[in-house]
Design a protein around this ligand. Structure first.
Ligand code: LLP
Length: 445
């Protein structure tokens, strides 16, 4: 078990994050509670910039789908990273947070006309075109609006990343992007160059997420550099920008051995340099789009233990006040997590239990088989590494309100997303006149 970021165990034997006792966090803000360690997020941003930007002039773009809200956009802007958005909603949030539009990249495999129009109105830096339908649509919209869209084309390089199949995207059989090996990618570049309202700036790929094997990134970069050579030969232009996507894997449980960000940078930049030398190419501007690795280890979810069910000789279920609604990843990807009893964090483990949620579903499990001190009702459980794709994938199943998110730093905690109230859950419900209490029921004859 590993402590992350600014975590420590304090004099009371409690887990502390950002200088704030997690037992106090639970008392002051309630549970379930997402806790984000601001110093850790900023530290990782700086590590990325040092590895990619300082040495190689690369642009680091935070993939906001991992964790996004107004405060997070501000942190990313302050750290000098750019932003990847994939929907009108993410774009709207970024704009409301006054994130500079020129540093926004707009992704997605089925962007709607109104989303593209919005992106053009705000003058986002780049629109990453995914398919021929979008290419024509964007060209038409830009023409109508009298602007020229600066675009990257998303390509599928045919590189298999070693990760869960639901989060693999580089293989040929993928819904994303123009396929490289069958020639579709080159066809797309040529079409793009003929369209008057699109300005072709470069190419993009993303091979998958939670990738540990740096050779996959190295391989993808080489394939993309080959494409750049082919584009020079077949279309006569030097590609200016190469966006290599995100996907850098992080630690979740013992045995996970992520590479360092410096090793990641080395894998990518050495591939680019090698291919530049081999084919005498211009060095394109490199971009990467980390999401999970910026926020994953900075996030912890706090829960309160309620019921405990022991089936002798089989299993002990420890139920907490959240579950798959605030963290669907175990149910979706068999994702695994580590946890501690936050109010007795220094005590040795004495039993193996399974942590379940409060949703009406047997698949609502957070952790199967974890060794913990004797767990009692009322204990606070802290599940680690929940910063990425937890809050953003949370849901209201069973009409559970989404938990609050607090940002902790240096002994202070600020709510950056409020807990959803019962009223919030009803906000979009509408009751037609005929269903209102007291209305006469008309029987259909
Ligand atoms: N760029 C593009 C185009 C992407 O599609 C993604 C993630 C990223 C960057 C960021 O990848 P990261 O550095 O976070 O691995 N919900 C899943 C992960 C889905 C990732 C989707 N795309 C999960 O919970 O594991």
């Amino acid at each position: 078990m590993k402590l992350h970021g600014t975590m420590r165990i304090n004099e009371l034997g409690h887990l502390e994050i950002g200088g704030y006792d997690t037992v106090e966090l639970a008392r002051n803000f309630g549970t379930p509670l997402y806790v984000m360690d601001e110093a850790e997020i900023r530290r990782v941003c700086r590590e990325y910039r040092a590895a990619f930007t300082d040495g190689f002039g690369a642009e680091v773009i935070y993939a906001s789908k991992a964790f996004m809200n107004l405060a997070m956009c501000r942190v990313i802007e302050e750290e000098g990273l750019s932003l990847d958005v994939v929907s009108g909603g993410e774009l709207y949030t970024a704009i409301k947070a006054r994130f500079p539009a020129s540093r926004i990249y707009f992704h997605g495999n089925n962007k709607q006309p109104q989303e593209l129009r919005m992106a053009l109105e705000y003058r986002v830096g780049r629109i990453v075109v995914d398919n021929f339908h979008e290419m024509t649509l964007l060209n038409d919209l830009a023409g109508q609006m009298g602007v020229r869209a600066q675009v990257l084309l998303r390509l599928t390089p045919g590189v298999e990343a070693h990760t869960h199949e639901y989060i693999r995207t580089g293989q040929i059989d993928s819904k994303f992007g123009f396929t490289v090996p069958n020639g579709q990618a080159m066809e797309a570049v040529k079409s793009c160059l003929t369209l008057p309202h699109l300005e072709f700036k470069g190419i993009h790929c993303h091979i998958g997420s939670q990738v540990f094997d740096m050779s996959s990134f190295n391989h993808a970069a080489k394939v993309m550099m080959e494409v750049i050579k082919d584009i020079r030969e077949q279309a006569g232009i030097a590609v200016e920008e190469l966006n290599l996507g995100g996907g850098f894997g992080i630690y979740y449980v013992e045995g996970d051995q992520p590479a360092t960000i410096a090793e990641y940078a080395q894998a990518v930049t050495s591939a680019v340099k090698e291919m530049v030398a081999k084919h005498q190419l211009n060095i394109p501007k490199i971009m990467i789009e980390p999401g999970r690795s910026i926020v994953g280890e900075a996030g912890t979810t706090l829960y309160t233990v309620g019921s405990i069910k022991e089936i002798p000789g089989i299993r002990k279920y420890v139920a907490v006040d959240g579950g798959m609604a605030d963290n669907p990843r175990p149910a979706l990807y068999q994702a695994r997590y580590e946890a501690v009893v936050a109010n007795r964090a220094a005590e040795p483990a004495v039993e193996t239990v399974s942590i379940t949620g409060k949703c009406c579903e047997s698949g609502d499990m957070l952790i199967w088989d974890i060794n913990l001190p004797q767990v009692k009702s009322g204990d606070i459980i802290a599940v680690f590494c929940t910063g990425a794709y937890n809050y953003t994938m949370s849901m209201n199943y069973n009409r559970l309100g989404r938990p609050a998110v607090v940002l902790v730093n240096d002994g202070r905690a600020d709510v950056i997303v409020e807990r959803e109230s019962y009223e919030d859950l009803l906000r979009n419900d509408r009751l037609p006149e005929r269903l209102r209490v007291g209305q006469k029921i008309k029987l259909v004859q």
